[in-house]
Write a protein that binds this ligand. Structure first.
Ligand code: SF4
Length: 468
């Protein structure tokens, strides 16, 4: 299993908080819509835990409450995550008493800002930090205020990611979001008043229903005026099992045409970079300046290792990945039955190298690729990349860091999935096509920061893309 022969441990942790006020219509994430009252769910879960304990399956019973009614859902959940952390430590050969001092922590969801601040404090107490640790937390507009932000600061949250999604009440309603544009504006005021002025990200989705090209241009103009430290823009993907998927099947969902949506994304890439001067450092991510990039997410894109804890979280430790249960009941049973090892999937595959690193401005280092996969792979990649270089979707850069292959902005990034697929087909003999599944969130609207690369294959990009 992955915790054998440990020499060094990841210095990054992702924690998933699954609570949301309601489920947004496009979201297939592991979340628990709790409305504004969690009492009934808490009661059911508490009964479930008692049952496990009575069956002798709970080896890690936590401090029993005096009555079941004083256990709120978030307390039950945080107990489980803390137990998971301690059981992970117990499985390490030298059984350290705590995780190593962490470089980055990301609390995603879900809507982590629904977590009671005392529970957040308990959670953070098991995550060792230094003065340099980046601690990011996702927030949804309408779920926090200035008082709460001060509390977050006091607890050591250094950066927040706000699930804005759209700057139109009509679009927000069409997606089932719980907040309004007024909530977003209030949230921005509070962030600036409470010391997060240089430490927040606004997350948006392109291609939403009722979003006209004109409204999208206005959205970009407002973002340009606000000049937030960081912006993430994801393209809408329709996931099976969501309301959007059902409505699309029944002809009830009016989405922008594919070409139109691709043009909106192209406009965002060009406008944010050229007009407003953002550093477009990853296909979906923009920083006002390089120092304001998300350090945590860069770990994923560079193939770094991390612990994940909580419902549906993924870990990547010592070259192996595994994902936890997506249902709360199963997750709690798993934790209180001893966190038995999951099936692991080998990470660090060629697929991942191409998919993750080509998402970044730095691209794929050929020296590093050669070290991992051999000179022959590099030679074959150079040949496979040639047509895309001719069409200016890929390019080689030769600088102080050596030679790297990167996707051009915006043309290469707009068809990145297609490019990666073509490269992998050309590099025949590599079997593992399973994409990396680092932790991301659709939450807070932060849409999956790492979902396999976006693809718009429009009539115009198809015409330019070789081999398509
Ligand atoms: S999109 Fe975000 S806020 Fe909406 S249900 Fe999903 S995780 Fe919750």
């Amino acid at each position: 299993m992955w915790l054998r022969a440990v020499t060094s441990l990841p210095r990054s942790v992702y924690i998933h908080i699954p609570f949301c006020r309601r489920r947004c219509y496009y979201c297939d994430f592991a979340v628990l819509p709790v409305g504004h009252s969690t009492r009934e769910v808490s009661q059911r879960l508490w009964e479930q835990l008692q049952k496990l304990s009575a069956q002798g399956r709970s080896q890690h019973a936590l401090t029993a409450p005096s009555t079941s009614s004083d256990r709120t859902l978030d307390r039950i959940y945080v107990d489980a995550v803390i137990s998971e952390v301690s059981q992970t430590l117990e499985r390490l050969p030298d059984r350290p008493s705590s995780l190593p001092e962490l470089d980055t922590i990301y609390i995603g969801g879900g809507t982590p800002s629904l977590l009671h601040v005392d529970e957040l404090a308990r959670l953070l107490s098991v995550l060792p930090r230094s003065g340099h640790t980046e601690v990011t937390m996702e927030l949804d507009p309408g779920t926090f205020d200035a008082v709460r932000l001060h509390q977050y600061r006091d607890l050591g949250i250094t950066r927040v990611s706000v699930g804005v999604q759209a700057l139109s009440d009509e679009v927000l309603r069409a997606c089932g979001r719980s907040h309004t544009v007024r909530d977003i504006e209030r949230a921005l005021d509070d962030l600036h008043r409470c010391g997060f002025g240089d430490a927040y990200s606004l997350d948006l989705i392109c291609g939403l229903p009722n979003l006209s090209p004109g409204a999208w241009s206005e959205t970009l103009a407002r973002i340009g005026t606000w000049k937030p430290p960081h912006v993430s823009i994801y393209d809408l993907s329709i996931e099976s099992g969501t309301r959007f998927a059902a409505w699309l099947r029944d002809g009830l969902l009016q989405l922008p045409l594919e070409d139109e949506a691709a043009e909106m994304l192209r406009e965002a890439m060009i406008t944010l970079r050229e007009t407003y001067g953002f550093d477009h450092y990853e296909v979906s991510n923009y920083a006002r300046e390089p120092a304001l990039r998300s350090r945590h997410n860069q770990i994923y894109w560079r193939g770094g290792e991390y612990f994940g804890f909580g419902l549906s979280a993924s870990s990547y430790v010592h070259g192996k990945r595994f994902d936890r249960h997506r249902q709360l009941k199963e997750y709690l049973e798993w934790v209180y039955s001893g966190c038995l090892p999951f099936d692991e999937v080998a990470g660090d595959t060629l697929d991942e190298w191409l998919m993750l690193r080509l998402r970044t401005q730095e691209g794929l280092s050929l020296d590093a690729l050669q070290e991992r996969f051999g000179a022959q792979t590099v030679d074959r990649l150079r040949i496979a990349a040639e047509p895309f270089c001719r069409s200016r979707h890929l390019a080689f850069r030769d600088d102080a860091h050596g030679i790297s292959l990167y996707a051009t902005d915006p043309d290469g990034w707009l068809i990145l999935s297609h490019i990666v697929l073509e490269l992998l087909v050309a590099l025949e003999g590599f079997q593992d096509r399973s994409p990396a599944r680092p932790n991301g969130n659709i939450a807070g609207g932060n849409e999956d920061a790492l979902k396999p690369v976006l693809l718009y294959e429009t009539s115009s990009t198809r015409a330019q893309a070789p081999n398509s």
